[in-house]
Design a protein around this ligand. Structure first.
Ligand SMILES: NC(=O)C1=CN([C@@H]2O[C@H](COP(=O)(O)OP(=O)(O)OC[C@H]3O[C@@H](n4cnc5c(N)ncnc54)[C@H](OP(=O)(O)O)[C@@H]3O)[C@@H](O)[C@H]2O)C=CC1
Ligand SMILES: O=C1O[C@H](COP(=O)(O)O)[C@@H](O)[C@H](O)[C@H]1O
Length: 589
């Protein structure tokens, strides 16, 4: 049987609805990448298994048929071979009648340069964009098309594992990038953009995606202008909204109401939480729901605590102005870490459809207790000199008020009041300017009852319990710490890792999260975007705490730039009998 993944592209939807096994011509109109994604869901396997080699040939899947008839087994199980081979499969026909125009609003900005254009290029490079597409940059800055291309070209990179034709591909891609300068609140300027888009779209069905890579105070202006002056007349119009999506429950609901004056829910891809597009976060459900060894242990009965840890080894350099209004709790916890928590803790969804997954995420979020001040520790980094270099403190940033109490670090203990997780602390920790950069999920299991090997472990049994670590970044890995006998005539135990180290196991470069999310938006796949009830539930957990912190102007504990953060985080963990897993020395995975 093919290993299935959670991709739910329209193609994948078609697979699940039964189109796959017959693979009718309509199904062949997916973009190339759509085919690859369908492949990951076992489409080809279904096609070959159900209709046989001839069936696959009839459906135009020549390569699938070839590979099925050869049925070679080189590396692993036949199902792996099938999936791997399918990666190279190109569609035999593509939809010539439609075109996708992607407008990056705020194209002159940091995120557009750093992430959005490179992700679009990577999709192009991987043949994931539709045959007919155009990319427009839109911002107030004056720029020609050539200047935009020059700016964009500086940040494009090719896959390390696939360098062939890279320069050629870059040139082809850049030729399809254009620029239009305009104000964000001018319907007239968006009308001019509309004219330019139409020139490129010609008589094809025009599908339009607007990516709002701009400060949140102008989201609504742009949405109003796009919907009145630049939305598609005959295809779909979708809007990707960047974070932050509000500052609290009220502002988030107001923004949703504002957007809904101009868009229906299906058009809103809110918000882009790029952590949901990270490979190991995407893999969480596969790990849980497709491996018998994990799911039965996934509850209070066996899990002692769960830790969600984010750290950066640099400060807010350059983004202090933005950051000071939001702080680390809104910047990282309320979105990235909470989303991971929801995926980690949700019940098994009815299916892999977006709505089924979102339903489970909402349920888990609504089962949680709003955060209490006594379960939170906040910190702010201060200047520190190391090796002759002085690293500036947060409030030394010119864009940050000198008396700012905005947290750049926070640790929190959260609880889920349901049958599965009652009493299990979910500890979150997020900070800037710490000693290391990384993101990981740590699952600490309970100790083995009546352990035969107690004497080998000493008095503290908790140091000898199993721990599952999902290292989201950098150097992706999943490893399980187990107790093991050290080889030899005696009986000495140590802690060793059962280790799935991605770089060693998979030769392919891992796509950037923005690639996955952009492709999903183009394909209309909403699973990795946040539904409004989910967002409401997320804000409800954090809003009372954020208000209390701000109203009382609670002073954060200062920690030196490059340190491990405030000691208060240890006391918080200790209150729940937890030791932060990232602070213990462990065998390198
Ligand atoms: N940068 C990052 O790493 C991340 C950013 N984000 C979010 O993505 C969005 C874009 O981020 P980023 O590119 O860093 O933002 P920028 O501050 O670089 O703004 C993007 C563009 O918006 C225009 N702009 C900036 N400030 C204003 C203003 N006050 N009024 C009108 N226009 C303005 C500028 O273009 P012009 O002057 O040419 O019109 C600018 O180039 C934001 O919502 C941010 O919160 C989210 C996660 C990470
Ligand atoms: O959303 C954000 O994420 C980045 C960290 O993203 P990563 O993919 O580099 O881990 C963070 O620096 C930024 O403050 C925050 O807004």
């Amino acid at each position: 049987m093919a290993l299935s993944c959670m991709r739910c592209s329209p193609g994948a939807g078609a697979v699940r609805r039964g189109l796959a096994s017959a693979a009718p011509p309509a199904a062949l109109s997916f973009a190339r990448c759509g085919l690859r994604r369908a492949a990951a869901l076992g489409w080809r396997v279904a096609a070959v298994a159900t209709t046989g080699v001839q069936g696959a040939k009839d459906a135009g899947l020549e390569k699938a048929a070839r590979s099925a008839s050869q049925s070679k087994v080189e590396n692993g199980s036949p199902s792996e071979i099938i999936l791997d081979d399918f990666e190279d499969l190109s569609p035999l026909s593509e939809n010539d009648d439609s075109t996708v125009s992607i407008t990056v609003v705020g194209a002159s900005g940091d995120l557009a340069k750093k992430k959005i254009f490179p992700a679009l290029f990577a999709l192009y490079y991987e043949d994931c964009l539709p045959k007919h597409f155009t990319i427009f940059g839109y911002a107030r800055s004056k720029m020609t098309d050539a200047e935009l291309r020059n700016m964009v070209s500086k940040t494009l990179t090719c896959r390390v594992d696939k360098r062939e034709n890279c320069n050629e591909k870059m040139e082809e891609f850049l030729k399809r990038c254009f620029y239009h300068s305009g104000q964000y609140d001018s319907e007239e300027h968006f009308m001019d953009l509309d004219k330019k888009l139409k020139q490129h779209e010609g008589s094809r069905v025009s599908n339009r995606l607007f990516y709002l890579s701009i400060p949140p105070n102008i989201f609504l202006d742009v949405v109003k202008c796009t919907s009145k002056s630049a939305s598609s007349g005959n295809g779909w119009t979708r809007v990707i909204v960047e974070k932050p999506f509000g500052r609290d429950s009220d502002s988030s609901s107001a923004l949703t109401r504002g957007l809904k004056q101009y868009l229906v829910e299906d058009q809103i891809f809110r918000w882009i939480d790029h952590y949901l597009g990270k490979e190991l976060v995407e893999n969480l459900s596969v790990l849980r729901f497709s491996n018998l060894v994990f799911e039965p242990l996934w509850s209070r009965q066996y899990i002692r605590n769960v830790q969600l840890i984010f750290s950066e080894d640099f400060g807010t350099e350059g983004r202090g102005g933005y950051f000071d209004r939001y702080g680390i709790i809104r910047d990282i916890m309320q979105n990235h870490l909470l989303q991971i928590l929801a995926l980690f803790a949700m019940e098994t969804p009815v299916s892999l459809e977006a709505e089924d997954i979102r339903n489970e995420k909402v349920k888990v979020l609504r089962s949680m207790k709003p955060l209490q001040l006594e379960d939170v520790v906040i910190g702010q980094y201060k200047s520190h000199t190391k090796g002759g270099t002085t690293y500036p403190g947060y409030t030394e940033d010119k864009t940050v008020p000198k008396d700012s109490v905005t947290p750049t670090f926070a640790a929190a203990a959260l609880f889920i009041n349901n049958a599965r997780w009652d009493g299990v602390p979910f500890l979150m920790k997020a900070g800037k300017a710490l000693h290391t950069k990384g993101a990981e999920i740590r699952v600490q299991f309970r100790h083995v009852p009546g352990n035969l090997y107690k004497r080998s472990f000493g008095t503290d049994l908790d140091t000898a319990t199993n721990e599952l670590v999902i290292r989201v970044q950098p150097d992706e890995a999943i490893y399980l710490k187990i107790n093991n006998k050290i080889p030899g005539l005696g009986m000495r135990l140590d802690r060793s890792n059962l280790n799935l180290h991605y770089a060693a196991r998979y030769s392919k470069e891992i796509p950037d999260a923005y690639e996955r999310l952009l492709l999903d938006a183009i394909e209309g796949e909403r699973r990795l975007f946040i539904r409004s009830d989910e967002l409401d539930a997320a804000w409800e957990l954090f809003t009372p705490l954020l208000k209390e912190l701000e109203e009382k102007r609670i002073a954060p504990e200062l920690y030196p730039y490059g340190s491990r953060g405030p000691v208060g985080a240890h006391y918080l963990a200790a209150k729940y009998n937890v030791r932060w897993g990232d602070l213990t020395t462990e065998q390198k995975a």
